[in-house]
Ligand binder design. Structure first.
Ligand code: ZN
Length: 305
């Protein structure tokens, strides 16, 4: 009898009480905003990582364990982006709903278009923090749309009474995003094929979507700090190919990028890859507005072609 009631409670615990907002935790602010876009006031959302932090390396503060313990849904980037800090938080939350594979665990990468999926044998000894493909896939608006849809579907499943709200909010977001994409495509149209260098491989989906060509990275491998030999090779390659744009995520030390900039005449553009990376970047659409404005201004300034 006692076992039965615990089992019954566990089943009941999967769905939030009727009428209550779904309590959602996300690992990044990008996922939090996409959840807000489709969830509106039918969700309560908080992100674990802040948009100005390197999402690979986030401090697993105990306060997040308490928040995860109360969550109905956890939305993650996946592809092992959070492997260094999320598993102990999930485990210690002791919340059955948000364990990996449970109904309240949503891996946003499963319906997204993932680039740079490695072939052949991958070992951590190689120092690669992207062992299952590029986890910065939210930087393609097409993926933003796919993530929003997956979240809307999951919310509808968890709170069926609000399914119509989630569907109509998704449709509105889809429309606003499509309008913004026209604006972004027009802004970037003159620069198709422009060669750039980036610090980390954060921009694979972004450059693919907007037609830029990344010819190298400041990091020798994702997650590995710059080395003198690699930096010298990169400077040589940038000079040969006349690369004038060096995109750097805000959480990296600017020393090496600035010395590369001095050697090559390239402009160092500090571009936040996430919502919350700057105070003006309040949501998913303003993230692209901010970054593309910055990038276009830098391209014009350097006369890069
Ligand atoms: Zn990365």
């Amino acid at each position: 009898m006692r076992l039965l009631s615990i089992a019954a409670l566990a089943v009941l615990a999967i769905a939030p009480p009727a009428g209550a907002a779904v309590n959602v935790m996300t690992t990044t602010e990008d996922l939090a905003d996409l959840t807000r876009q489709v969830g509106g006031d039918r969700v309560k959302v908080e992100s674990i990582a802040r948009g100005y932090q390197d999402p690979h390396f986030v401090e697993a503060k105990p306060s997040f364990i308490l928040k995860l313990a109360k969550a109905d849904l956890l939305v993650v980037v996946g592809r092992e982006l959070e492997i260094g800090w999320l598993p102990p938080l999930i485990q210690q939350s002791r919340n059955a709903k948000v364990q990996v594979g449970a109904e309240g665990y949503l891996d946003a990468s499963l319906t997204a278009r993932i680039l740079e999926i490695p072939t052949g044998q991958i070992t951590r000894a190689m120092g690669d923090v992207h062992p299952q493909g590029n986890p910065h896939y939210h930087l393609d608006p097409g993926n933003g749309r796919r993530i929003a849809k997956a979240i809307a579907d999951k919310l509808s499943q968890m709170a069926p009474a609000d399914a119509a709200t989630f569907a109509s909010r998704y449709a509105e977001f889809d429309k606003r995003l499509a309008e913004a994409e026209k604006r972004w495509d027009a802004a970037m149209a003159p620069y198709k094929g422009l060669k750039v260098v980036t610090y980390h491989r954060s921009w694979a989906n972004f450059v693919d979507r907007f037609g830029l060509d990344v010819i190298g990275y400041v990091e020798p491998r994702p997650g590995i700090p710059p080395s003198p030999g690699h930096t010298i090779d990169l400077i040589g390659e940038m000079k040969r190919q006349n690369v004038k744009i060096l995109m750097v995520e805000p959480y990296f030390d600017l020393k090496t990028p600035q010395s590369i900039g001095r050697e090559t005449g390239a402009k160092v553009v500090v571009m936040p890859p996430s919502v919350g990376g700057e105070k003006e970047i309040t949501d998913y659409i303003s993230l692209f507005d901010y970054d593309l404005n910055l990038l276009v201004a830098a391209i014009k300034e350097t006369g890069a072609k």
